[in-house]
Design a protein around this ligand. Structure first.
Ligand SMILES: Nc1ncnc2c1ncn2[C@@H]1O[C@H](COP(=O)(O)OP(=O)(O)OP(=O)(O)O)[C@@H](O)[C@H]1O
Length: 287
């Protein structure tokens, strides 16, 4: 992904509020949406100089949905993800998550609100144990759940709770038996499990996966997707995936991007039958 290496301009951290009832957060109090989708983008535009990478994207993701985003190379898929996670600042438009305008929140504030992004193996600390990786990810978001006074007077309770949550995630991803092993000593499939565990540890409501199966064999791809489906049952999933067969099989709905715009949106059957999609994408385009 070319974009991952580009240096994101950090959006304004000052919009962050650690207390959702805090009245000084104008976004929470003044721009609630009336409908109830989990994620909504409105007229989302990203320009790099004169070039428009995403062009007036209106995307609505319902709770519990499995949505895939497809499109030819350069269609704007990764850019769209980077806007949603806050890795890139938007040029125009707005992003709403769980009813609140998050357009200018920092990436870490978005993680704390419940937007998780798949971490590639480089984001798993190879020198730490499996357990330490999961625990670290939990701690990265858990600090907001405790006031300073609580952590001062109840260190043991907090410690126990973090440990319980760590063990629960290790169970859920099936790595309890290798919890004390170093992450870089894990077998390939177990590394993938740990990556998913690290995402899960941030307790996301929405998880974005940007080509989680890139470079995998057919068998590894299948195993990874089965695992995602088995572990992330309570989450809403947004997936960029080039394997069309897989996308057709898994998705509730599919969004097709082309040239930075939404070309089509619908169920797998609707997308498969869409002539525009066939012409622009499923036809001659190669990935
Ligand atoms: N930092 C940047 N500066 C300038 N142009 C960029 C930058 N990042 C992306 N682009 C351009 O924006 C367009 C969309 O790129 P993006 O990576 O979002 O596409 P994509 O659909 O994810 O493609 P792929 O399938 O190849 O990953 C491309 O033409 C790309 O060259």
């Amino acid at each position: 992904m070319a974009l991952e290496s580009s240096e994101p301009s950090e959006p304004n951290e000052s919009n962050e509020s650690t207390d959702p009832t805090e009245p000084s957060d104008p976004i929470e109090t003044t721009q609630q949406r009336t409908d109830n989708p989990l994620l909504q983008t409105e007229n989302l535009v990203k320009r790099f100089g004169q070039f428009t990478a995403t062009d007036r994207i209106d995307l609505t993701i319902e709770r519990g949905e499995f949505r895939s985003v497809i499109g030819p190379n350069g269609a704007g898929k990764t850019t769209l993800f980077n806007l949603i996670t806050g890795a890139l600042p938007v040029t125009e438009g707005a992003i709403y998550f769980d009813g609140a305008d998050i357009t200018t929140l920092s990436p870490s504030a978005r993680v704390r609100r419940g937007i998780g992004r798949s971490f590639q193996i480089s984001n798993v600390f190879g020198g730490l144990t499996v357990r330490e990786n999961v625990r670290l990810a939990i701690q990265s978001v858990a600090r907001d759940e405790y006031t300073a006074v609580e952590s001062l007077f109840k260190p043991t309770d907090r410690y126990d709770e973090l440990n319980d949550r760590t063990e629960a995630i290790l169970d859920r991803i099936g790595l309890a038996h290798v919890a004390a092993e170093q992450a870089n000593a894990l077998a390939y499939g177990d590394k993938r499990r740990l990556e998913i565990g690290v995402v899960l540890a941030t307790d996301p409501e929405l998880v974005l996966f940007d080509e989680p199966t890139a470079g995998m064999s057919v068998e590894e791809t299948r195993e990874t997707i089965d695992l995602l489906e088995a572990v992330l049952v309570d989450q809403t999933l947004l997936l960029i995936e080039h394997d069309i067969e897989l996308v057709m099989e898994l998705s509730d709905r599919i969004t097709v991007l082309n040239g930075g715009q939404i070309l089509a949106e619908g169920t797998p059957a609707e997308i498969a039958a869409n002539q525009d999609v066939q012409n622009a994408y499923l036809g001659g385009m190669t990935e």
